[in-house]
Design a protein around this ligand. Structure first.
Ligand code: UDP
Ligand code: MN
Length: 365
């Protein structure tokens, strides 16, 4: 009898667990689908409609867009104001969601003329007040082109682990010196679709601890912790795809980042800066990585990103052809493409695709 009751209880528990799992699955699915805004209509909606859409929802992207989009949008905006349709100007006192995001880009002097220029010509213009470049020299021409948004980290200009960790620590500490809610790191071979980044982050409560990004390995990384004398395993978000951290989490990380602590940890585990971030957050602080699939690095086959979903993706990568492999870049319809010679990364073509007419060289339709 007691055995039967125990079996019933076990069955009941198994059922409850299954239901909980299903509920969890539904929740995750909902989160992912709402996060990706995946309808084709959304893709086809013009930039102006997009602007109105966000505006109707009480968000102040309008302020941002008018600064950064083609003249058609500016004239449309002034039409609205002439019609007297603008709501109470006090609404403009609020910050737009974008203004709460600190976007840092890791770069190096040797990339200022090529990689950085592509960013400055394209997605930097979507959020010039929020984007900061972290490099290893003072370069007056970059300072000028970015309105002073170049930080000389004074870290070494080489590609070794401690130089890269030194830059990551500088990025994190610079964020803490602001009052922004989100810290988002990217590499200089990324294209960042800023509106998609903003929309994605709005799904997460900035007052909680969040580690958002995408791993590029199929299972957690295992390292031997000498101090703890045991194997520890953890996930990390690929730095080359970008990742975002909420302020409460970064605040708790601070003692492990400042005063050379981050570099020291990187040296202890002998792994790169993005892995060190994962080690500190998942292992030391116990905050799990939340996978956001719309971050993309050149470690994945970029041509597989569907054209219809481009506007929902947060970041894209690029890898130049080498003796080992062909170039890795996104695929766009040929009508949207600027020639490969002028646009090997496809970032200019992508910018034109997402923001038609935003560059002089955009193909005319
Ligand atoms: N980087 C750097 N110093 C270097 C080489 C690279 O700061 O000496 C930065 C580079 O600007 C980029 C990131 O590190 O943001 C990754 O470099 P890269 O894309 O060249 O290499 P990957 O690790 O992706 O193969
Ligand atoms: Mn890279």
């Amino acid at each position: 009898m007691a055995k039967m009751a125990a079996r019933h209880l076990a069955n009941g528990l198994a059922m409850a667990l299954l239901l909980a799992l299903c509920a969890g699955l539904v929740y995750v699915t909902v989160l992912i689908s709402s996060e990706s805004f995946g309808d084709d209509q959304r893709v086809k909606r013009s930039l102006l409609a997009d602007n109105e859409y966000l505006f109707k929802n009480g968000l102040l992207h309008r302020v941002h867009w008018t600064k950064t989009t083609p003249s058609t949008l500016n004239s449309a905006t002034s039409e609205v104001s002439e019609n007297g349709n603008l709501p109470n100007p006090s609404r403009f006192d609020k910050k737009s969601p974008l203004e709460y995001i600190f976007i840092s880009v890791k770069t190096a002097t040797k990339f200022h003329l090529n990689r950085l220029q592509v960013i400055i010509d394209t997605w930097f213009n979507l959020a010039p007040d929020q984007i900061w470049f972290f490099s290893d020299s003072d370069d007056p021409s970059v300072v000028k082109k970015t309105n002073g948004h170049l930080v000389n980290t004074k870290c070494s200009s080489s590609h070794n682990r401690s130089a890269l960790c030194c830059k990551m620590a500088a990025e994190i500490m610079a964020f803490l010196a602001t009052d922004n809610r989100w810290f988002c790191h990217f590499d200089d071979d990324n294209y960042v679709n800023v509106p998609a980044l903003v929309k994605n982050l709005e799904h997460f409560d900035h007052t909680s601890e969040w580690y958002l990004g995408k791993p590029s390995i199929p299972s957690p990384l295992e390292v031997m912790s000498k101090k703890e004398k045991k194997k520890v395993s953890f996930w990390f978000a690929t730095g080359g795809a970008g990742f975002c951290l909420s302020r409460p989490l970064v605040k708790r990380m601070a003692p492990m980042v400042e005063n050379g602590e981050f570099v020291a940890t990187g040296e202890t585990i002998r792994l790169p800066d993005d892995v060190t971030v994962g080690y500190i957050i998942e292992h030391k602080l116990g905050v799990p990585l939340t996978v956001v699939r719309s971050f993309h690095s050149h470690l994945e086959p970029l041509r597989l990103i569907a054209e219809s979903s481009m506007s929902d993706q947060i970041s894209f990568g690029y890898a130049a052809p080498s003796s080992l492999q062909q170039s890795n870049h996104i695929a766009l319809p040929s009508s949207s493409q600027i020639s490969e010679l002028e646009d090997p990364t496809r970032f200019m073509s992508l910018h034109c695709y997402l923001f038609p007419g935003s560059l002089k060289m955009c193909p005319k339709h």
